[in-house]
Write a protein that binds this ligand. Structure first.
Ligand code: 5GP
Length: 191
């Protein structure tokens, strides 16, 4: 593809297009802004690096168009696991900058797969006395869930396949693709 990404040749098929992501992000921001209109300046968006970075940037800007004021904070965690699965054993690499006691927290998540990472994170945030904690996740794999986690706002339910793009990586690559897709089998074979 002459004007495409360097990575396009590695993608077997697109699951969710850039336009679909844009439209859904605006929809989710509208719902969150209606639900949090009453919290004044108490809203705190928490992004878990690195996968959710694209969604956080776009979601926060969509919310900023008509939503309540929000602060942005970031955590980095490592979820020990083999290859493309997570184990639920989590280590904090970067904690939140601010105290979240009394704040209305919305976790901005890229994807809920087994739910192990998110269920750990929700327990962690609740133990720090937030006034409320909800989750907005752009993607969810309903057939992969191992621990049920309450995700109030979900963008797309997708099949149980490993996907890349829009923040999601394979070996730290493909995050900058503007869409989400599945890699060709030969990409795994050569890595
Ligand atoms: P879970 O603990 O729910 O199994 O996985 C959570 C994290 O694993 C996500 O936040 C994401 O960073 C990563 N993850 C889960 N599924 C995928 C996927 O299909 N592709 C990529 N690149 N990362 C994924």
């Amino acid at each position: 593809m002459a004007d495409g990404s360097w990575y396009d040749a590695d993608i077997d098929h697109v699951i969710i297009s850039e336009a679909q992501i844009r439209e859904k992000t605006a929809e989710l921001a509208k719902q969150v802004s209606a639900d949090y209109a009453h919290v004044g300046d108490g809203l705190l968006l928490v992004c878990v690096l690195k996968g959710a970075v694209m969604f956080m940037a776009d979601f926060a800007r969509a919310l900023g168009r008509n939503g309540p004021p929000a602060e942005l904070d970031f955590m980095a965690i490592s979820s020990y696991g083999q290859g493309t699965t997570s184990s639920g054993v989590v280590r904090i690499l970067k904690d939140l900058d601010r105290d979240i006691a009394g704040r209305h927290v919305v976790v901005v998540e890229d994807i809920v797969d087994s739910g192990l990472t998110l269920s750990w994170l929700l327990r962690y945030l609740e133990s720090r006395s937030a006034a409320s904690v909800e989750v907005v996740a752009l993607f969810r794999k309903p057939d992969a869930v191992k621990v049920p986690v309450g995700v109030k706002y979900v963008g797309f339910d997708i099949p149980t396949e490993f996907v890349v793009g829009y923040g999601l990586d394979f070996g730290e690559r493909y995050r900058e693709l503007p869409y989400v897709g599945v890699l060709k089998p030969e990409v795994y074979a050569r890595s």
